[in-house]
Every structure is written in structure tokens, then in C-alpha cells.
Design a binder for this molecule. Structure first.
Ligand SMILES: C[S@@+](CC[C@H](N)C(=O)[O-])C[C@H]1O[C@@H](n2cnc3c(N)ncnc32)[C@H](O)[C@@H]1O
Length: 391
């Protein structure tokens, strides 16, 4: 069986746990700091639903060296026979190197050497110049490296050896941007959950749950999680304290339904997550909860303590409410707030008493729970991903 190589997103730990939840820890080998190989055929990978991986590639071989010149010499020797099967026309070649000790100039030089070997075999080829070690999604797509005449070669250092792979899929950044920015109803105040992060949250909650399962977001806001759950084949169920948010989610879901031509069978209702009784009973819960007041700069200690106490209480009551309505084994993935302070991230206190609330926090083999924080430079409020199993 051919192995799949994944290049992980900006926060590799999030991509790793997503893969682990979907494919199982034993199938996964982290490679360097930003990739993972998974013993699964690339044809069996549901790439469009992975928010945490930016490239999917088929592993071609592993060489017992990380020396760039040796790798280039090797690939130059095997490529002419590999490209024989490509249709007639000019080949487009791109190179991405991860964790390889070579400068951008050296990588470009390697590209020219590989080009020479291809030309030597009688084929014309254009090499995409690198301005960084790796090509980004836009470059790969724009230069048609995924077309029948295209080829992106990925080199990832794996200790003393190097995995060489060919890219098959690239994260569709335009589709993500459209799902994020073209929704009719947006609200900067409740926050903008990126669709990629929504996918990660859903994957962590549902694992391999069957299609049409009901996925509840009890703090649904404008409905990003609902929209993504629907697109992933689940039945979205959203509730929110504010009637306006339910109106927004309704409009946004209708927009997605129009785009895809498919009915998502969404259930939406106004309700307080600390006491609402959800009917139909959800199969899993996935969502970004109440994050408290947004901050553009760090508040004073007293203000922050007050906000954290309020938010903690809402979460505690919410988890108690969920525990009352679910049975052992029920899983939820929630993105909860953590605040960045000069002393480090401050976490919700209830994380220390999950067992008392009736939950076990899921841990992962390939990443530490403390690294499951989604955070952007300059943000005060981060989202901490927590996967809980009802005891
Ligand atoms: C951070 S926003 C979630 C944003 C959402 N992920 C989206 O796609 O827009 C939190 C939401 O929780 C809602 N909320 C706050 N307290 C709540 C409660 N006790 N029960 C239900 N919803 C609540 C707010 O109205 C807000 O829409």
C-alpha cells in the first residue's frame, strides 16, 4: 500500500491530532516538525474535510541522506523514466523542501539540474522558481502543478533520511476564503471562526462517526461550525442564546444550501446552553463556546479575573447540562477561551475539575494537549481545543 504524506498547517499539533482522531495513532508517524506520514492509501483520504493539513502527497521513496546535492542527483536519475507516462506537452515542475539544510538559491539550482535531466530525455519543462523553501498553495495551483502535466516534488527531512513525495492535493484556499467571507451574515463581535478550524473541531468531535449523524453546536453564533458540519455530510443542529444569531445562522445555512444545491436538514433554535434540553438528541457536540469579552489589549488583572470567572461559570453549567442529557462515551470538542498574558496562557479553571463534572479529557499520542491552542500573533484571546468524553 502506498503511504500518504501530509504537510501540516501553521499549527502542526492541530493537524496531527486531527489525523490521529480520523486514522488512529498507530498509523501515523510525525516527520520533522511540520509533516506526517500515514499508512493509508492517498485515494482513501477525505482531504477536503481536513482543516489542519495543507498538502497531501503520495510517498515515492525514502533516501538515507538529507544532503541536498545527493537528493537532486538521485531524483535527476529516476525522473526521466517516471515522466515517460505523462501526456505530451510542456511539463511544469515545482520543488518544495521541508527541514532540508539548503538555502533557497541551492534549491533553485537543484531545480535547474533536475530540469536538465528531464530535457535530456527529450521533454520540455518549466520549473517554478522558489522564493522560499516550499511553494505555497497559491503557487502550486496557479502554476498547474496538480494538472496532468504538472509535478510538485516534496522533500521532507526525517532524521537522517529524506522522504520524497509527489503532491496530489493542495488545500483549496479560495474555497475556504469564499465560505468565510461571502456568507451573507457575519458578525465581528461574536468572532470569526475560520472554516478550517471549524473542520478540525468537528473532526475531533466526531472521529469516524457515520454520515448524517447529528452534530450540535450549542453556541452556534453565525453558524460556521454548522455550515462545515453540513458540508462534511453531518446533520447540523445549532442553538444560541441570541435570537439574532439564530437568524444569522439560518440565512448562512440557506446560502450554503443554495451554493451546493443540497438540503442540510439543519435544526436551529434559540436557547441557553446551560439549561436547554436538546431534541433531537445530538450524536456529538462541536463548537466554539462563549469566549467572553473581546480584548484588543491586555486588560488589568482584576478585569481579566472577573471575565474568567464569568466564563468559567457558564462553561461549568453548560458541561453539567450536557452530562445530564448524554450517556457514557458521548464526545464533544469545544474551542474554549485561553488568555495570553506576559506569564503565559491563562486557562479556564474548570479544566482542573473535568473528572468531577463527569468527563475525561481525551489525550493524543502525537501531540500534547497544551499545544492545542489556536492563536494568532497579537491576539489576547486564544481558542483552546478540548476533547471530552462523557464518563
Ligand atoms: C464566540 S461566539 C461563537 C461564534 C460561532 N462559532 C460562529 O460561527 O459565529 C459565542 C456565541 O455564544 C452565544 N452564547 C453566549 N452565552 C450563551 C449561552 N449561555 N447559551 C447559548 N449561547 C450563548 C453568543 O450569543 C455567541 O453567539
Amino acid at each position: 500500500m502506498q503511504s500518504s504524506l501530509f504537510i501540516l498547517g501553521r499549527q502542526p499539533a492541530l493537524g496531527l491530532v486531527e489525523l490521529e482522531r480520523l486514522f488512529g495513532s498507530e498509523k501515523i508517524t510525525p516527520i520533522g516538525s511540520m509533516a506526517a506520514s500515514v499508512s493509508i492509501d492517498p485515494d482513501d483520504v477525505p482531504f477536503d474535510r481536513l482543516g489542519g493539513s495543507i498538502k497531501l502527497a503520495a510517498v515515492l521513496t525514502e533516501r538515507q541522506t538529507t544532503n541536498w546535492d545527493e537528493l537532486v542527483t538521485y531524483i535527476s536519475s529516476i525522473l526521466p523514466s517516471k515522466i515517460e507516462s505523462l501526456p505530451e506537452g510542456k511539463i511544469k515542475l515545482g520543488i518544495s523542501a521541508y527541514g532540508i539544510n539548503a538555502g533557497v538559491q541551492q534549491i533553485n539550482k537543484g531545480g535547474l539540474q533536475i530540469k536538465k535531466s528531464i530535457k535530456h530525455s527529450g521533454r520540455s519543462v518549466r520549473v517554478v522558481p522558489n522564493n522560499e523553501h516550499a511553494l505555497n498553495s497559491a503557487q502550486v495551483i496557479h502554476n498547474q502543478l496538480l494538472s496532468p502535466l504538472g509535478l510538485e516534488l516534496i522533500f521532507v527531512a526525517n532524521g537522517r533520511s529524506t522522504i520524497i513525495a509527489q503532491t496530489l492535493r493542495e488545500q483549496d484556499i479560495e474555497a475556504y476564503a469564499a465560505r468565510d467571507q461571502r456568507r451573507p451574515k457575519r458578525d465581528a463581535r461574536v468572532g470569526m471562526l475560520p472554516p478550517k478550524l471549524a473542520q478540525i473541531i468537528i473532526n475531533l468531535a466526531v472521529g469516524n462517526m457515520k454520515q448524517k449523524s447529528v452534530v450540535l453546536d450549542p453556541f452556534c453564533g453565525t453558524g460556521v461550525v454548522l455550515q462545515e458540519a453540513g458540508l462534511m455530510g453531518y446533520t447540523p443542529y445549532g442553538s444560541d442564546l441570541e435570537p439574532r444569531m439564530i437568524e444569522y445562522s439560518t440565512a448562512n445555512i440557506q446560502w450554503v444550501e443554495k451554493l451546493t444545491g443540497e438540503s442540510l436538514n439543519t435544526h436551529l433554535e434559540v436557547g441557553d446552553a446551560t439549561e436547554l434540553e436538546w431534541k433531537p438528541k445530538p450524536d456529538a457536540i462541536a463548537g466554539e463556546t462563549y469566549l467572553g469579552r473581546p480584548f484588543s489589549s491586555l486588560p488589568d488583572r482584576e478585569t481579566l479575573t472577573g471575565v474568567m470567572q464569568d466564563v468559567n461559570l457558564i462553561h461549568k453549567r453548560f458541561l453539567q447540562n450536557v452530562a445530564r442529557q448524554t450517556s457514557a462515551g458521548f464526545e464533544l470538542c469545544i474551542a474554549i477561551p485561553a488568555w495570553k498574558t506576559p506569564e503565559g496562557f491563562k486557562h479556564l479553571k474548570l479544566l482542573d475539575s473535568l473528572e468531577d463534572l463527569g468527563y475525561t479529557r481525551r489525550s493524543f499520542v502525537h501531540a500534547d494537549n497544551k499545544d492545542l491552542l489556536y492563536h494568532r500573533e497579537g491576539q489576547i484571546v486564544a481558542r483552546e481545543l478540548v476533547v471530552l468524553i462523557r464518563k
